[in-house]
Design a protein around this ligand. Structure first.
Ligand code: ADP
Length: 498
């Protein structure tokens, strides 16, 4: 042995050797000396144990006597060829080696070993058991893999960002240092990894930077919902500091909640519209009552058949008809929205539908002194429709044209045939018009342009919603057009023909 040979001089050699042997026998590390066994070609194919210490027996479970003097392949059948090759390299090159050893054929243990050549085909190995450390490492690897799977498969966006501070210590941006696959879906940002938020969104609101900087500095986690107008999205975010505070890293678990916010907003608006509707409803139902009660008072004193009496009666009839229309619309819209209305479809001429609508609307148009212009195709147009419902739609549009046009206006109903067996019917006026941003909204239930109480006898904001649903039930489409306030409006209904 190298150490024994390096011992003190010839006189002390015996005592020195005893000291080394004592150490060799008491040390906690396993130790052995082995020599190479070679085949005819000089390749090391096996090795033989020359010396082993008691720790070797303790750590490997191989009795010392069983190992000593015997080839390792005999002592440990199934010893990996890799291990033999490692020792061969040490012996042949004279370079020491450090490695981890696991011999499944022998036991479940793991060892950390160092091998060193001793010359004359001999080498020594010092090793210790690291089974426990390996178990911890393995658990870590597994847990890392588990978290990685979680990280990659969760539906929520996840990222780790690093807040960037300028020389004055002010946060000005943050960099995405880790992102999960769902990140892109929630943010709409591709290729964010390694880039900064403001590189990706130059006009990003600084509040986002400040919020994450606060989490990075204080270490206090934060849960919040916020809007990023620069991204056109709403987010629900849980932000918490991660890693060494000096790194200013913040992890975010977040979701894009834009859709939910839009639904909430729509619900709020619908709620507000309903409130306004109730006010309008009360107002609209109250309006005709004063003229009716006046009329009654007049009738009480007027002689039967007198001109005053006739006028009062006519006025009361008009007011009553208006109330009936309101209540009918109200009943209809609730039945249509609950799917309770069934169309009674039959072949019907467009001319007849228009005529019926005019019959209903004529009094209102005449009362306002409007000029009515009709332009129907020369050839008859046949529809498969519920004539009553369809004329209700058209009279609704005519009534609106009459209501939303100053006295003495011009109302036009023009129909023309379109390709693919369709017809378009346009009702236009030269009235107050509709602002562009309201063109789609006028078809929403309870939507009215302008303040409710300013309009007298306007209605309830349900006519167009009803019209749209009825037209759609006929497989058609309705749209509004206007050049803006004061420039008149055109409502166009498109329907399939027979
Ligand atoms: P309303 O009972 O208020 O008339 P509608 O649903 O029929 O309800 O119409 C909704 C709103 O659309 C009206 O309150 C009005 O502001 C606007 N509108 C409808 N038709 C016209 C039109 N021809 N010209 C201008 N504005 C119109």
């Amino acid at each position: 042995m190298e150490h024994a040979e390096d011992g003190p001089g010839p006189q002390g050699q015996h005592a020195g050797e005893a000291r080394w042997r004592g150490l060799f026998e008491r040390m906690g590390e396993g130790f052995f000396v082995a020599e190479a066994l070679r085949d005819a070609a000089g390749r090391m194919t096996d090795f033989r144990f020359v010396e082993v210490n008691p720790a070797f027996e303790r750590l490997t479970g191989i009795p010392m006597q069983h190992a000593l003097g015997r080839p390792v392949r005999e002592v440990i059948p199934g010893v990996p060829d890799d291990l033999i090759r490692t020792y061969a390299r040490v012996v042949d090159s004279g370079e020491p080696a450090e490695f981890e050893v696991h011999v499944p054929a022998l036991n479940d243990r793991w060892y950390e070993a160092r091998a060193r050549a001793l010359g004359h085909g001999q080498f020594c190995v010092l090793f210790l058991e690291i089974t426990q450390r390996k178990a911890v490492e393995l658990a870590l690897v597994r847990s890392e893999a588990r978290y990685r799977t979680l990280f990659e498969s969760i539906d929520e966006g996840f990222c780790i960002l690093q807040v960037l501070f300028d020389a004055a210590g002010q946060p000005h941006d943050y960099r995405f240092v880790e992102i999960n696959p769902a990140f892109e879906r929630h943010t709409g940002m591709a290729g964010a990894l390694g880039r900064t938020a403001r590189e990706l969104i130059p006009n990003l609101e600084l509040t986002w930077v400040h919020t994450y900087a606060r989490v990075a500095v204080s270490g206090e986690p934060l849960r919040f919902e916020d809007h990023a107008p620069s991204m056109g999205r709403w987010f629900d975010v849980f932000a918490f500091r991660i890693g060494n505070p000096a790194e200013h890293k913040v992890a975010l678990l977040f979701s894009d909640i834009t859709q939910r916010k839009q639904v909430e907003q729509a619900l709020r608006e619908a709620d507000a519209r309903k409130d306004e509707f109730l006010a309008t409803l009360a107002h609209e139902l109250r309006n005709p009552l004063a003229p009716i009660s006046n009329g009654l008072a007049i009738l009480r004193h007027a002689e039967a058949g007198s001109a005053v009496g006739v006028r009062a009666r006519e006025l009361m009839e008009r007011q009553l008809a208006h109330m009936v229309r309101l209540v009918d619309d109200l009943l209809d819209v609730s039945r249509v929205s609950r799917g309770k209305v069934e169309l009674r479809k039959a072949p019907v001429a467009l001319g007849a539908v228009v005529e019926a609508a005019l019959e209903t609307s004529r009094p209102l148009l005449d009362a306002a002194g409007h000029r009515l212009e009709l332009a129907l195709p020369a050839e008859p147009v046949l529809l498969d429709a519920d004539a009553t419902r369809l004329s209700q739609v058209l009279s609704n549009l005519l009534n609106n044209a009459a209501k939303y046009t100053r006295e003495g206006g011009h109302v036009r109903l023009a129909a023309r045939c379109l390709p693919q067996r369709r017809v378009s019917i346009a009702v236009s006026d030269n009235g107050i018009g509709i602002p562009p941003q309201m063109l789609d909204q006028v078809f929403d239930l309870f939507t009215q342009v302008g303040a409710a109480l300013e309009r007298s006898q306007g209605g309830l904001g349900i006519g167009l919603s009803l019209a749209r649903r009825l037209v759609e039930m006929h497989g058609g489409h309705i749209s509004a057009a206007s050049d803006g306030a004061g420039r008149g409006s055109t409502f166009t209904v498109e329907l399939p023909t027979l």
